[in-house]
Design a protein around this ligand. Sequence first.
Ligand SMILES: *Cc1c(COP(=O)(O)O)cnc(C)c1O
Length: 691
Amino acid sequence: MDIPQRISRIREIAYNIWFSWQPETHQLFSLMDRQLWEEINHNSVKFLLYLYPKRLDEAAHNSVFLELYDHLVEKYDRYLHKKTWYQRQAPSPGLLVAYFSAELGIHESLPVYGGGLGVLAGDHCKSCENLGIPLVGVSILYKNGYFTQKIDHEGRQKAAYPETNFNEIPISVCRNQDGTPLILPVPIKESIIYVQVWCQIIGRTHIYLLDTDIPLNNPDDRKITKQLYGGNRDIRIAQEIVLGIGGVRALRKLGITPSVWHINEGHAAFLILERIREKIKEGASLQSALHEVKARTLFTTHTAVPAGHDLFPKDFVLSNLGQMVVQFAISCEAFLALGWDHEHQSFSMTQLAMKNAVRTNGVSKLHGEVSRKILNNDEITWITNGVHLPTWIAPEMSSLFAQYLGWDWMEDYTNQHRWKKIKLIPDQLLWQTHQTLKKKMISYVRYNLYQRLKRNLAPPSVILESLNKLNPETFTIGFARRFATYKRADLLLKDPDRLARLLNNPKQPVNIIFAGKAHPADHPGQEIIKRIWHLSQEKQFQGRIILAENYDIHLARYLLQGVDLWLNTPRRPMEACGTSGQKAALNGVINCSVPDGWWPEAFNGKNGFTIGGDQDFPNECIQDQEDERSLFHLLEQEIIPCYYNQKDHVPEQWICHMKENLISIPHYFNSERMVQDYYKKLYLPAFRGYN
Ligand SMILES: *Cc1c(COP(=O)(O)O)cnc(C)c1O
């Protein structure tokens, strides 16, 4: 990368994920080459590598560019040197949280996340960074990431695993002092594999990413870090060994000494074993090693679905972790007891984490209750998830808020009081801003749809019909998330006639946009995609039911910022928290949700819509029927009429809901509040308890 001296710091900014939530970086890169910037998925490093050098020279002499550049660099320096929230809290010397997560959704250029869990982990790291809470992240660098999705001409999901070139994304190899790459040995079965470490920088925070794809390993071992949730059980446990054991070793080798260890979902629980091993090696008894490790370990469980908990058979664990058992110098039974799940007669990563963590938490109030029950542990507490506001808010909304909440509102968005000023925004203006975002979303979805229809050789009449019905005057519902069956994307589709009447009412037409991936092994999930696809082909649903492909952070942003209503229909109480609705809310998009996950904590009667009540049902079938009935009723009787009750194309009542939503939701359901809770309720007590 040959960058003119005058704008040389653009390289540093490109390598710092901080860039991703600055609207100015997007402007700056777009000024140089808008098309390239979009084509390469906002990957700052690849952009600089692929840009014509001439463009950089031109930029270095363009006054508009330079003004923006200087402003960005100044903002960057100010950010890096400002006094943080943590520094104002009477900091605790020595506090350093190691945050381990098997997936991490930080930016669209690095597809190492499957869904909400990964994106949440990314938002957690970003908010700790913003507040200055000392944290290092540890995760895996999957060569082929999570899959990209295409839908074929019969509605089948086609998964592809494109390779990521690690030299073309904002990460760099960690090196020893002599300049050689930092590599560490990790024991698996009877052998040793080698792990290379990469570093990603978010502001001042470092994330370490582990990679086995190096020539020192044999071809099979190189594939351990190939795919997220891709392989069989052997690969799964190998990945978890790389993450848990390799992760601790990487930090040691880097000279980093965490004082609190945060296990984000069971996949990372082997970090416990490695730390016990270290203490035994230093001469501690097993008992005291267990005690010391536990005191500084925290565990967050994220699922209420049994399949979400990793279980391994006894012999399988012993053969993979044999070298550990020897070093612990304990019996196989005693070793297995560290994570034994009596109910399933298996070794459980969740049990390993829970039994050896001083605190375990769920991710919403309701999920705390559910976890106490399913994990049979009264001590489980909860911290409700939130989202990283700067990542998820549309710049257009953010500028509007700046005018009415104060120019520095982004420094202070957990302040409930400030959000009351939302009332001052003229209805007309809020609506215009929303409509602008809706138009942007529509043109992006049209493009997505057009690509697919063209590829699948759809007749031109179908293409036209489908694209034309997408329009900003039509009430538009969004449903996008993983197509796991418990999320019930098909709840509205069980009675197609009733749905057709609802969507095609000439005075009050409705569009629904669906998007999401189903795990390649989840066949029922893929059947739901097919069902949506089939309906979307029927004449009565063409252009009314829209299936966008390859849901990722990028598409999510458009949908969450641009639809009118965000629909969430999990089978209660299976949704641990859900975060996409929180992202929608901070853009003024109204939620319509089952009272599951975070929603019961947020709903106040005016800031959105709740489907059904919180009663228990005798079985899933009745539950689905009841929820379907409630949802139709709500849409037909309340939601759609409210939206279409407009004066001069402005829906006043609807805007009241939007404002109520903005006043009551984003100030709390953001990850800055969330990590403050982690800091006060979990990190600090774990740190102090031990001292
Ligand atoms: C936020 C987000 C999710 C989580 O969605 P839920 O509503 O929690 O199911 C999944 N995928 C992407 C890309 C996201 O941004």
